[in-house]
Design a protein around this ligand. Sequence first.
Ligand code: PMP
Length: 454
Amino acid sequence: MLNNHDELAAKNKQFLWHPFTQMKDYLAEDPLIIARGEGVKLYDVNGRAYYDGFSSVWLNVHGHNVPQLNEAITRQLGQVAHSTLLGMANVPSILLAEQLVRIAPTGLTKVFYSDNGATAVEIALKMAFQYWQNRGIAGKHSFITMNNAYHGDTIGATSVGAIPLYHQVYKPLLFSPHIIPYPYPYRDGGEKAAVENTLERLEKLLDQHSHEIAAMIVEPVVQGAGGMIIMPDGCLKKIAEMLQAYDVLLIADEVATGFGRTGKMFACEHDEVVPDIMAVAKGITGGYLPVAATLVKEKIYDAFYADYEEQKTFFHGHSFTGNPLGCAVALANLRLMEERGLVADVAEKAEALEGLLAPLAEQPHVGEIRSKGLMAGIELVRDKQTKESYAWNDRIGVRVCQLAREKGLLTRPLGNVIVLIPPLASTIEELGEMVQILSESIWEVTTQKAVGRP
Ligand code: PMP
């Protein structure tokens, strides 16, 4: 295979359009071209190693090139690479559904597959919408989402997104949900005030509009793309209770938080919440192949279960729904997680990570350090006293991550928030090295005199 950096860089420039990327900026730089991975590191075509500090966009669980996961794919490849779930089944998709129901919060009993976080969310929204119609309850046509929510990039998922930079331009194309604040203690007067504000707004909204609301979608416990914002303990539980009281469904988007990322198998478990519908993706295959799933309570499934003539069928599906290769590697991933006691291990390593990150708080432009499990965000501010943010066009996060890359760590910022989401299998020593690189990069970029004022 072609492995020459310059030739590949030229073809990359000529043929590729990269996601979430201003190509004009990207093409001005020498591209990073990954050739292989091993453990928690990725290697470029020149053989240079980098820590995968964002788990290749929040996916990776056991590291790269894991023999047990590789073997699961090879074994399945010797049987069949793909066959559909439309009107038939295949072996790994059945066995994986059984395992997902076993590990999911009790009460989620049926699994509907798709292939990515956005599709799992899209399905959740359509199911919630049709659920009420199938039950003969008219008018429940709208949704509740939360400020700065991110649920993926298909049109439905974009509609319940609330990050202006990503979503504003599509507004005329989208349906409009109700939006309530996600509690953001750092900027909303502390935990108590932030939670009270969220709950008050929700109660008021439900009081006036619950008759026209099908469901609320929530990133449980950690709001990822919005800036790694952490919901205080007990808040999700209160939201769930309120929704239940007003007969509005709860959709938990566990795409980022699922499969051990926050120190529990699913983030909902922190508050002992069982959502009506739960979307999962990313870590499900250990970050190997695109498989996603939407899990539902029996009552949701039941509302679609009827004589064909009643027209209650869920007419939705994707070509690769229940892909056998993906399901086989997901099964191997879950087996390995269990063998290694990985979820308990993450809960322990989370404390170590907190300790490693704590000294960064001394830095003059570190406003807040937030983490839950192995999901961390460091919010940089221009002025620590007033919490004044850097302007978006300071590109402070981008510059820190560029420097970190030069120092051997890959991650992507969320605006002014520097993200550390390492593979769950990272050792404490590896976490220490990753944090060290981030710490130096933040220091060097933010203490340069020219920061933000070129
Ligand atoms: N929901 C959440 C909470 C996410 O963080 C993401 C992706 N970062 C998605 C949905 C979309 O997932 P995908 O990129 O696989 O479509």
